[in-house]
Design a protein around this ligand. Structure first.
Ligand code: DLL
Length: 430
C-alpha cells in the first residue's frame, strides 16, 4: 500500500509552506524555460520574485487549452527531448492533439500519485487488477498500470474492447480490482449477462472508475450490477493524467494530491476566485512537474472543494464529483442544463436502463431537447399506453428538476451505441 502519511496527512500550515516553495520553483522554471510564459509574464509585468504567498498565484496568467494547441507539439515543454522519457496526448475531437511530456522524475511522481489513489480505494498487493483503459496516448492505461505495479497488485493489461474476452479473463484470472470508465463498466456488466454470467458471481470486489463524469446514482447502479465497491478518481492529461485525486473508503469526495497540485475554484465567466464550498471551475497548477508544467490550467470541470478533514485521516482538500464541463453545459431556452442533471433524473426511473442520449436541435429559433433512453429488458412492452405513461413520468421529473420541458423517447433495450471508453452522451445538432 502506498500511503504517504507525511504528505497526505500533513498539517495544513506545513502543507501550504511546501506548496509555496514548490510554486516558486515551478514559476522560476517556467519563466526561464518556456518563452510563451516569459512573454505572458512580461506583458502583465510579473516576475517570478513577485510570488511570495500562495494567494499570489492569482497574479499569474491562466492557461487554456487553446494555448496548448497553439504551441503544438513541444512549445510549452520546459525540458529538452533528451530529458523527456515519455509523451502522451489528448485526442480532442478536431485538429491537432495536445501533447504533453514527462521526464524520468515526472514518471516517478506520476507513478507514486496514481499508487496513492489506488491505495485510497483499498487496493493492495493481494489484488489482481484488470486494466480496461486504452493503452496508448490516453493517460488512463499506462497511468493506472504503473501505479498498480507500484502498489504490487498483479496487473492484467487487458486494455479496452473485446468485451466477452474481458469477462472470460476476469473469471479465469480471478480479477478482484476492475479499472475502466464508468460507462464501460456498465457495458461489461451487460455483456456478462448476455453470456449467462451474473457479474456479481465474478471475483471482482472493487472498481476504480474515472476518465468521465459519473453521477452518484450512476455509481450506485454500477455497484448494484457488479456487487462491488465503487470508487471514483480524477485527472487530466494536461496536468498529468490520472493521479490528481481519488476517493478513499471513508467519506465521499476525491482527495486531491495537494502537495503536487495547487487548486483554485473560479467563476468560469468572470474568472474571479470562489471560496471553498462554492461551485465553479477547477483550476490546477502542478507544483512538481519538470517537462510540462502548465500554470493555472483551466480544466473546464465544474466542482466544489471541501476542506473538512476526513475520517480516513487525510487532511487534503476533497473535490466533489464533477458536475460536468463548463463547455458541455447546454443552454436550452435560456436555461443552463448539465448532462449530469439529466442523468441524475433518469437514474431514478426504475423502468429505464442507464443508457441514454441527449439530442439538442433547433426548431425555427427555439432550442429543442430530446432525451432518448432505453427501457430495461424486464419492462420492455409494446403496450402503447404503458410506454406513454413512462415517458410522461420522465417528462414530469425533468421539468421539476430542470425547469424546462424535454421530449422523452423510449427506445428498445440495447439500441443505443455502447462504448469501451468515454461515453458520448450529447448530440448537439444546432
Ligand atoms: O481522462 C485522465 C484519467 C484517466 C483520469 C483515467 C482518471 C482515470 P483526459 O483524457 O485528458 O484525461 O480527460 C480529462 O476527463 O478534464 C474531465 O472532464 C474528465 N474526467 C476525468 N476523470 C473524471 C472523473 C483523463 N473522475 C477530462 N469524473 C477531465 C468526471 C472526469 N470527469
Amino acid at each position: 500500500m502506498i500511503w504517504d502519511k507525511q504528505h497526505e496527512c500533513m498539517d495544513r500550515k506545513a502543507l501550504q509552506e511546501l506548496q509555496l516553495a514548490r510554486l516558486q520553483q515551478t514559476v522560476e522554471r517556467v519563466y526561464n524555460k518556456v518563452p510563451f510564459y516569459r512573454e505572458a509574464f512580461d506583458k502583465i509585468g510579473v516576475k517570478p520574485q513577485d510570488i511570495t504567498s500562495l494567494q499570489d498565484v492569482r497574479k499569474l496568467p491562466l492557461t487554456t487549452k487553446a494555448a496548448l494547441r497553439d504551441n503544438y507539439p513541444y512549445g510549452l515543454f520546459a525540458a529538452s527531448l533528451k530529458e523527456t522519457v515519455r509523451i502522451h496526448a489528448s485526442s480532442g475531437t478536431t485538429g491537432k492533439p495536445i501533447v504533453v511530456g514527462y521526464t524520468r522524475n515526472d514518471m516517478e511522481t506520476w507513478t507514486n500519485l496514481v499508487a496513492r489513489v489506488i491505495s485510497m480505494a483499498g487496493v493492495t498487493d493481494e489484488d489482481v487488477t484488470q486494466i480496461c483503459f486504452g493503452y496508448g496516448f490516453f493517460t488512463g492505461g499506462f497511468g493506472l498500470h504503473y501505479g498498480m505495479e507500484r502498489v504490487g497488485a498483479t496487473v492484467v493489461p487487458a486494455s479496452s474492447g473485446n468485451t466477452e474476452k474481458q469477462i472470460m479473463l476476469m473469471k479465469d484470472f480471478g480479477t478482484t480490482a476492475l479499472v475502466s470508465t464508468p460507462s464501460y463498466a456498465l457495458y461489461m456488466a451487460e455483456v456478462a449477462k448476455n453470456m449467462g454470467i451474473d457479474p456479481k458471481s465474478l471475483p471482482v470486489r472493487v472498481g476504480l472508475f474515472g476518465g468521465e463524469p459519473c453521477t452518484e446514482n450512476m455509481s450506485r447502479e454500477i455497484q448494484e450490477q457488479w456487487g462491488i465497491k465503487v470508487t471514483d478518481n480524477y485527472g487530466l492529461t494536461e496536468v498529468m493524467g490520472p493521479g490528481v485525486a481519488g476517493e478513499c473508503c471513508e467519506e465521499p469526495g476525491m482527495h486531491i494530491n495537494e502537495d503536487h497540485f495547487l487548486v483554485e475554484i473560479i467563476d468560469p465567466v468572470t474568472e474571479e476566485p470562489l471560496e471553498y464550498g462554492e461551485e465553479g471551475e477547477l483550476v490546477i497548477t502542478p507544483l512538481t512537474k519538470e517537462a510540462f508544467p502548465v500554470l493555472r490550467y483551466r480544466t473546464r470541470d465544474i466542482t466544489v472543494l471541501n476542506p473538512e478533514p476526513c475520517r480516513c485521516g487525510r487532511t487534503t482538500v476533497r473535490m466533489k464529483k464533477i458536475k460536468g464541463r463548463s463547455d458541455d453545459m447546454l443552454i436550452i431556452k435560456g436555461v443552463n442544463v448539465f448532462p449530469s442533471q439529466i442523468e441524475a433524473v433518469l437514474m431514478q426511473v426504475q423502468e429505464t436502463a442507464p443508457h441514454y442520449q441527449i439530442v439538442v436541435s433547433k426548431k425555427g429559433f427555439l432550442d429543442e431537447l430530446e432525451i432518448k433512453v432505453e427501457l430495461r429488458p424486464e419492462w420492455f412492452t409494446d403496450n402503447y399506453k404503458e410506454l406513454l405513461a413512462i415517458e410522461e413520468k420522465i417528462h414530469r421529473y425533468l421539468r421539476k428538476i430542470l425547469g424546462i420541458g424535454a421530449k422523452v423517447t423510449l427506445v428498445a433495450p440495447n439500441s443505443l451505441e455502447r462504448t469501451t471508453g468515454k461515453a458520448k452522451r450529447v448530440v448537439d445538432l444546432r
